[in-house]
Ligand binder design. Structure first.
Ligand SMILES: NC(=O)c1ccc[n+]([C@@H]2O[C@H](COP(=O)([O-])OP(=O)(O)OC[C@H]3O[C@@H](n4cnc5c(N)ncnc54)[C@H](OP(=O)(O)O)[C@@H]3O)[C@@H](O)[C@H]2O)c1
Length: 246
């Protein structure tokens, strides 16, 4: 059957696969025939996510990405890859007058250093198969200002810039790198907002009238990993129900 979104025969690493967007991405990739490697810190939730995947060829990698000195250890745990989805991320809320180096590091280590260093590691050690595709989960916050969000927003803006330059570097080898910027997606990360008035306002002002589901982003990842997107690289795809139209 004709299916340009098929991932049959592909092996895909998904970080942050124990929850939310990463978990939904692992499940949707498996439904399209991929073998997925699910990476996160919580083994129980990773295993549960793997059990929800279709097929039996998948595996979990328990790894703390905030410990960036250990990232080279990943090399021995990974086969050759057709794709990577960098979904692991954290969000903390501080007014700029309350930030310090520790708080900056906490955000940047997981949100920026880890995807950047994993990409370096995989490229430098020829871990990517021909026509490999990388997807980086950023945020509309990268270009959308809000109070107490300077660290998170700047970590995602840095990621966006990184991916656009990366796309230029890897294009001659037929490889691709793209960003997805989600809007408000119902996952545990939203607890950083703890149902603040601001969050309720965001939800109310979304043109489509509601927040998104993890699968809305996961299916964008499937597109970017598949041959359907073979002419798409360096792009920043916003999936936000129209939130940033205004
Ligand atoms: N939900 C939204 O509204 C929204 C909007 C814009 C952007 N995003 C972005 O989407 C991505 C996924 O977030 P989500 O909404 O799916 O949140 P989530 O449900 O809280 O999932 C976050 C994932 O990141 C993993 N993670 C966090 N720190 C890690 C670390 N040090 N090492 C390894 N894994 C780590 C967590 O795994 P463990 O707990 O197992 O470590 C979990 O699987 C993030 O990059 C986030 O910034 C989300």
């Amino acid at each position: 059957m004709y299916n340009p979104y098929s991932l049959k025969g592909k092996t895909v690493l998904i970080t942050g696969a124990s929850s939310g967007i990463g978990k939904a991405t692992a499940i949707e990739c498996s439904r399209q025939g991929a073998t997925v490697l699910l990476l996160g810190r919580n083994l129980e939730r990773l295993t549960q996510a793997m059990e929800e995947c279709e097929g039996t060829s998948h595996s979990v990698i328990q790894f703390d990405l905030s410990k960036i000195d250990n990232i080279p250890d990943l090399l021995g745990m990974l086969p050759e890859l057709d794709g990577v989805v960098h979904s692991a991320g954290v969000n903390t809320k501080y007014l700029v007058k309350k930030i310090n180096q520790e708080r900056i590091d906490e955000l940047l280590h997981t949100n920026y250093y880890a995807p950047a260093l994993i990409t370096q590691l995989l490229l430098n050690n020829k871990k990517f198969k021909k026509n490999a595709s990388m997807v980086f989960i950023s945020s509309i916050s990268a270009s959308y200002a809000s109070v107490s969000n300077a660290l998170y927003a700047s970590s995602k803006a840095a990621l966006n810039a990184f991916v656009r330059c990366l796309a230029m570097e890897i294009a001659p080898r037929g490889m691709r790198a793209n960003v997805i910027q989600p809007g408000i997606i119902e996952t545990p990360i939203l607890k950083a907002y703890a149902l603040t008035e601001e969050m309720q306002d965001f939800k109310n002002s979304c043109p489509l009238g509601h927040s998104g589901e993890p699968t809305d982003i996961a299916l964008g990842c499937v597109y970017l990993l598949s041959e359907a997107s073979k002419f798409t690289t360096g792009s920043i795809m916003t999936i936000d129900g129209g939130l940033t139209l205004k």
